[in-house]
Each structure stands twice: as structure tokens, then as C-alpha cells.
Design a protein around this ligand. Structure first.
Ligand code: ZN
Length: 151
């Protein structure tokens, strides 16, 4: 179990030091900005779409290791998914990190994203891990042009 824990830590550190898809998409179809005042994390999510499918996902921002790794893994996870699938992933991820889903034998089925499953034990970190996902959700819905906040 501790080996698995180390592996999870390593994946988070790797994505923090070498974030995937960290760039601006100037011609993004959808875009939203998020802010977590509790920790000072900021993230902007960019999506390019074709026929309702995410063809490119990228992010920009500055924040702690958890928020950066989460945004990086998010962009990897939603590429090739429909917007509805991306929203489902957001719901599952959110349930996992808030501890709403009790671990079942087959797990939440989130693949690499399960590196964040321990975050539910650290309430302050839940907002760091979920910031990019809330921002994604807001980008998909385009609820507002302003900055969304975890508070
Ligand atoms: Zn943070």
C-alpha cells in the first residue's frame, strides 16, 4: 500500500514539474478562469472542440503542486472526450476527492486521476485538486465571463 502511495506522490510531482499541455490556446472555443483564494491557486482552462468532442485541452496558471498536477492530468484526461463525458468525469472526480464515494472493490474507475483519491482526507487540499475541474465545468457551461472561485 505504501508503494502505491509513493507511486501516486511521484505522479503528482512529475505532473507538477513537467505539466502537460501548459500553454495558451489563443483560438480556444471555450475558456474559463478559476481562483482558489484559500491557497492562491489560479488556473485558466482552454478547450478546442469539434462536433462536441474535445480535440485540444490546455491550461495556464500558477499554484501549488496539487493544483498544477490536477490541471495537467485534467487536460490529458478529457482530450478525445465529448463535453458530456468530460462533465461526467468532473462529477466522478469531485465525488472521489470529497469522499462521497466509498471505495468499492473496483474503485472509482478514474485511472490516473485516482492519484488524488487521498486528497479527501485533507479538506484544504480538496479545493486545490478540484479547482481545474470546477473551471472546466464553468468553461463547458460558459456560465460567466468572470473568474470562478472555489469559495
Ligand atoms: Zn493549492
Amino acid at each position: 500500500m505504501s508503494d502505491l502511495h509513493d507511486l501516486y506522490q511521484q505522479l503528482i510531482l512529475d505532473h507538477n514539474h513537467h505539466p502537460r499541455n501548459r500553454r495558451e490556446l489563443p483560438d480556444a472555443d471555450k475558456k474559463a478562469e478559476g481562483f482558489n483564494p484559500l491557497c492562491g491557486d489560479r488556473v485558466t482552462i482552454f478547450l478546442k472542440l469539434k462536433d462536441n468532442v474535445v480535440t485540444e485541452a490546455a491550461f495556464e496558471g500558477k499554484g501549488c503542486a496539487i493544483s498544477t498536477a490536477s490541471a495537467s492530468l485534467l487536460t490529458e484526461s478529457i482530450k478525445g472526450k465529448t463535453l458530456e463525458e468530460a462533465k461526467q468525469l468532473f462529477r466522478k472526480f469531485h465525488q472521489m476527492i470529497t469522499g462521497e464515494v466509498k471505495e468499492s472493490s473496483d474503485g472509482p474507475g478514474l485511472g490516473k486521476l485516482e492519484v488524488f483519491s487521498n486528497v479527501c482526507h485533507y479538506p484544504a487540499r480538496v479545493k486545490c485538486a478540484s479547482l481545474a475541474w470546477h473551471t472546466l465545468n464553468s468553461a463547458i457551461d460558459q456560465q460567466s465571463d468572470g473568474v470562478i472561485s472555489t469559495e
